[in-house]
Design a protein. Structure first.
Length: 407
């Protein structure tokens, strides 16, 4: 019997989870990533659940204690830095670069292809072919779309489905332990610290170390701010040459005046514990917030995973865990179908569609108070915000029942 072959479009976390899982069930896998080179420098902190580390362990990745950081409390501070609410939690966070590097090292270099932009796919009842912008084609038994929110495959099969901008953005930045003032290190490296300006939300979150801890711990700030799509967002996404990058922009190209305005706003609106993180973060990241859900996950010999199918707002803190669960569910369905790909994909879609819908709905509920009035919700400010204790309790990935692989 010939070894089944899969093509995975997208070489970020979702694609690497999928590729590695398919290899564990005996599939030959080729990964095609649009970008050139390594992606390690991308991303920031990640909320995590035990399922994320369990999935990595199942792939064969060795999990050590430095892979995650414990979060002990969600704490909300008033403008003067005084605690107004504290909710004890049992959570862990990790870091995008730690997860990516582990997944990338687990996948063979000779089967990973950078600089490959998918144009379309073609298929019949037996095979599927991926056609790339450079004229190359690849043929396989299965094509997996792990190409994110702007998925080419999703647009091909469902051109009417598009990500929905929700009216606000997230500013993010990472700060090394040495750059955090000593009086605030204990709190920012162990707790999520929240600040609630009217119509906005900012917090810090501990991050796993870049490696086994030799270079110290890290902390990330996240600041959700309203931004009208056609004016404010486009202006923020225009570089110093006047070129507009649409609704996103590479961090090195964000204009200095935009960053200066951000730092000034932080000093005016945020507690000192958070404003100093905004001030000292190197190359903050600007991310417009979208959500997305699809009615279908499979199309013949094509399956969608991760953000290609469902995009939940980052308030849920579990997008990467969901990507790992999608990949695991797809591999399990294929392993149990004894070569019947149609049956396997039907099983995969049945198992993961409801999970995706529920996650998107939870993200919308947690972020509803941040949406500007023109997007169909109440006015900005405290009147639209849920009670602080409720917000702190519900935010993020939720308590972890058992620490990954022991205490």
């Amino acid at each position: 019997m010939n070894q089944p072959r899969a093509l995975v479009i997208g070489g970020s976390l979702s694609g690497l989870f999928t590729a590695n899982f398919l290899r564990t069930i005996g599939w030959q896998v080729e990964v095609f990533e649009r970008a050139h080179g390594d992606l390690t420098g991308r991303g920031a902190g990640l909320g995590a659940q035990a399922d994320l580390f369990t999935a990595m362990h199942r792939i064969g990745i060795q999990i050590d204690r430095s892979m995650w950081t414990e979060v002990r409390s969600h704490i909300c501070l008033d403008r003067n830095g005084k605690t107004i609410c504290e909710v004890p939690v049992r959570e862990v966070t990790t870091a995008w670069d730690r997860v990516y590097r582990s997944l990338r090292e687990a996948f063979p270099n000779e089967h990973h292809h950078g600089g490959m932009m998918l144009v379309r796919c073609e298929q019949n009842e037996r095979r599927v072919v991926a056609v790339f912008a450079n004229g190359a084609c690849a043929e396989a038994d299965l094509l997996v779309g792990a190409d994110g929110m702007r998925s080419t495959l999703r647009r091909q099969f469902m051109p009417e489905i598009a990500p929905h901008y929700v009216g606000y953005v997230a500013w993010r930045g990472v700060v090394e332990e040495s750059q955090i003032p000593r009086q605030w290190r204990s709190q920012t490296l162990h707790d999520m610290v929240f600040c609630l300006p009217a119509g906005e939300l900012a917090f810090s979150i501990p991050m796993a170390a870049l490696d086994n801890g030799a270079h110290g711990r890290r902390c990330m700030f996240v600041w959700f701010r309203p931004a009208e799509y056609a004016s404010t967002l486009r202006q923020w996404c225009t570089d110093a040459t006047g070129h507009s990058h649409g609704d996103s922009i590479p961090p090195p190209l964000i204009r200095e005046d935009v960053l200066n305005e951000l730092k000034l706003a932080a000093r005016t609106l945020l507690v000192p514990q958070l404003s100093v993180l905004v001030e000292r973060a190197r190359e903050p990241i600007l991310s417009a917030i979208f959500d997305l859900e699809v009615p279908r996950l499979t199309f013949g010999r094509v399956a969608l995973v991760g953000d290609a199918a469902f995009v939940a707002r980052p308030h849920v803190g579990t997008a990467v865990t969901k990507a790992a669960q999608d990949a695991q569910a797809l591999a399990d369905a294929l392993a149990g179908a004894e070569g019947n790909i149609e049956e396997a994909l039907a099983s995969y879609e049945s198992s993961r569609k409801q999970a995706g819908r529920e996650l998107v709905a939870r993200g919308r509920r947690l972020g509803a108070h941040l949406e500007p009035m023109q997007y169909g919700h109440d006015r900005l400010g405290e009147r639209a915000r849920p009670p602080i204790e409720t917000l702190l309790r519900d935010y993020g990935p939720g308590s972890i029942v058992k620490w990954p692989f022991g205490e």
